[in-house]
Design a protein around this ligand. Structure first.
Ligand code: UD1
Length: 336
């Protein structure tokens, strides 16, 4: 079962799973995605998803009837809200969907004897840190309700695994997933004005938005702009498939960073995107965005050590694929 399967990371993961012979049952409320994505997933994989349910993960009764109908081996749980700024405006909503959704899912899994889960976590749980790169052992200091909701889920999962030794849970802490499927059929299609750098850059390059606002150039980094560890969404999708293959290695909760292990500044990404798209990207430096941190870079070596896997796609591929998706889908999934 994949929850939030039509979102940015979920959709790429579904294709990866179908490509590798998995049978996939989808649960999604389509609150921040398009039903169009379902047909694109199936078209890319050349196979059908087993079933698609329009269900809010907080709705235990509806969720339970999905478990009644399918023999679920494992759940990959993406369904969540993920905009940091919005979480500051709507903190209760973030706890409700992210923590409440995970609680409802765990309770329903338990009733149906399903004990295996891959959970979507986030590098944002590390908060405003001085350490770089970050290992899984670095402390969590979430600094906004979105990050706190993810950290709360991880703590809950740790407790569940401590109390119930037959549970197997993997929590993957994504750094900054960007890019798109190389076909240009799947990508990041935010509704309204994008919050995140890569989709914003793509829309500026396409002429949909006038200029990029660079949120601060007075950070303590080489060029003064914020540094992040961008990872191609195809690598993130691949990592979920590998995670499922390794779920059975041991019981309990295991936590892994998913990043490339090197930092890229806003200016560096802007330059890379300009080169790939052949466009001059207008920008202006504005004030820092509240809640932003200086630098977040993963030490991704634990995943490599455990699974012999590492992210392989570079920044140029991330920009190239994001740009292709933007050109082929100028208004996201809206127009078809
Ligand atoms: C945030 C979360 C991350 C979450 C991701 C996806 C934190 C620390 N990180 O990532 O966990 O998975 O959102 O929603 O909470 N920038 C600009 N102009 C823009 C947009 C962004 O200059 O128009 C800059 C930001 O200041 C930052 C960098 O670009 O330095 C990346 O920002 P963004 O893409 O929004 O991701 P994060 O905030 O790092």
């Amino acid at each position: 079962m994949v929850t939030g399967a039509t979102g940015f990371i979920g959709s790429h993961t579904c294709v990866e799973l179908l490509d590798h012979g998995y049978q996939v049952v989808v649960v999604d409320d389509f609150s921040n995605s398009s039903p169009q994505v379902v047909s694109r997933i199936q078209r890319l994989a050349g196979r059908f998803l087993d079933a698609v349910y329009k269900v809010d993960v907080r709705d235990r009764r509806a969720l339970s009837s999905v478990f009644d109908r399918h023999r679920v081996d494992a759940v990959v749980h993406f369904a969540a809200k993920k905009a940091v700024g919005e979480s500051v405006r709507l903190p209760v909503e973030y706890y409700d969907v992210n923590v409440g959704g995970t609680t409802a899912l765990l309770a329903t899994m338990h009733e149906h004897g399903v004990r295996r889960l891959v959970f979507s976590s986030s590098c944002s749980i590390y908060g405003d840190v001085d350490t770089s790169p970050l290992t899984e052992q670095d402390p969590a200091r979430p600094s906004n309700p979105y990050a706190a909701s993810k950290w709360t889920c991880e703590q809950m999962l740790a407790d569940v695994c401590r109390c119930r030794p037959d549970y197997t849970v993997l929590s993957l802490r994504y750094f900054n997933p960007v890019g798109a499927h190389p076909s240009g059929l799947l990508g990041e299609a935010p509704l309204g004005e994008p919050d995140n750098l890569m989709p914003y850059l793509a829309q500026v390059a396409a002429g949909r938005r006038e200029r990029l606002r660079v949120f601060g150039s007075d950070y303590a980094t080489a060029d003064g702009t914020g540094v992040r560890d961008y990872i191609h969404v195809m690598d993130v999708a691949e990592a979920h498939r590998i995670a499922l293959e390794h779920l059975g290695d041991s019981t309990g909760l295991r936590v892994f960073n998913l990043g490339v292990g090197s930092g890229t500044s806003v200016f560096e990404l802007l330059t890379a995107f300009g080169e790939v798209s052949g466009k001059t990207i207008p920008y202006e430096v504005v004030d820092r965005r509240p809640g932003d941190v200086t630098e977040l870079v993963a030490d991704p070596s634990a995943v490599t050590r455990e699974w012999g896997w590492r992210a392989s796609r570079d920044l140029a591929a991330m920009c190239r694929d994001a740009w292709r998706f933007q050109r082929l889908n100028p208004t996201g999934y809206a127009a078809g």
